[in-house]
Design a protein around this ligand. Structure first.
Ligand code: A2P
Length: 277
């Protein structure tokens, strides 16, 4: 039922994953249980979320093997640099309690105060050693990606960016597609804003689905990897019940028109220099 996307390094990623930002450790066990029961096998965390250890423990308790799960984590903004990245990666692996990480991302480019080039060089070494399967970035613009490729010779397989019907990032998507970099949508539900949208409600009624389900389906039909987050078991289930219907061309066109330059609901990467951990 679950669909997969093939990355440019040949690895496969489940197209729908559970986002865990703001999911506190106390809730993790029951949230992960509900997600696995619903069919999720892909989980997205970050060092900065401070919940890696809880996620690792909950996944271990599920009894599923590492080869049945796909786990992503991210190198935090205050830890850029070659040695610092190697050290922080060890912390993440100890937190998660795994030997190999499926996907590691540079959380933010931090062009002024960070050093994403040396950071990515450490990623490349960790991949060569077999400790990470796939390496990518998050919140990178065109210029950051160009510089990364020019100075390391390696193209990240993923850029995880804010993307929702209200903030579609069409230009950046075109650029990334041209480089065969797959796109992962964070805050795919516009931080929950989609549920009140009249257009999405009407499309949902036509298919017997909620605005959130219509939105997740829209991401999928656009070839995006999507990580909706919820801490509510019913909504976790609901967000995965999207493989049994399809939006038609007319629906897709209507959602396309919801794009807005000021539709961003998350942090603007240009103003993210304060995101130190
Ligand atoms: P909750 O955890 O109470 O379900 P995004 O992934 O775009 O950042 O959106 C996350 C927000 O959307 C959370 O506040 C979450 O709240 C809410 N949310 C997630 N799934 C649904 C859904 N199916 N219907 C309504 N709200 C949802």
């Amino acid at each position: 039922q679950q669909s997969f996307i093939e990355l440019s390094d040949g690895n496969m990623i489940p197209q729908v994953g559970l986002g865990t930002w703001k999911l506190d450790s106390a809730n993790m066990q029951r949230v992960v249980e509900a997600a696995i029961e619903a069919g999720y096998r892909h989980f997205d965390t970050a060092y900065a979320y401070r919940n890696e250890a809880a996620l690792g423990a909950a996944l271990k308790a599920s009894g599923l093997g590492a080869n049945e799960l796909f786990v992503t984590s991210k190198l935090p903004s205050g830890r850029h640099g070659y040695d610092s990245t190697l050290k922080t990666f060890d912390e993440t692996m100890a937190n998660l309690g795994v030997d190999v990480l499926d996907l590691y991302l540079i959380h933010w480019p931090m062009p002024k105060t960070g050093n994403f080039i040396d950071t990515f060089k450490a990623f490349i070494k960790l991949k060569e050693e077999g400790r990470i399967k796939s390496i990518g970035v998050s919140n990178f613009h065109e210029a950051h990606i160009e510089k990364l490729i020019a100075e390391t010779g390696v193209t990240p397989v993923i850029d995880q960016i804010e993307l929702s019907p209200m903030f579609q990032q069409k230009e950046l998507r075109g650029f990334l597609e041209g480089k065969a970099i797959k796109i992962e949508s964070w805050s795919p539900l516009g931080t929950g804003n989609v549920v009140d949208n009249g257009v999405l409600k009407a499309i949902g009624e036509k298919h017997g689905k909620t605005p959130a389900q219509v939105t997740i389906r829209w991401h999928i039909q656009n070839g995006l990897i999507v990580i909706p987050k919820s801490s509510n078991p019913d909504r976790i289930r609901q967000n995965f019940e999207i493989f049994d219907f399809a939006l038609d061309a007319d629906d897709m066109e209507k959602i396309d028109a919801l794009d807005s330059a000021n539709g961003r609901t998350g942090v603007n990467p240009d103003e993210a220099e304060f995101l130190q951990v």
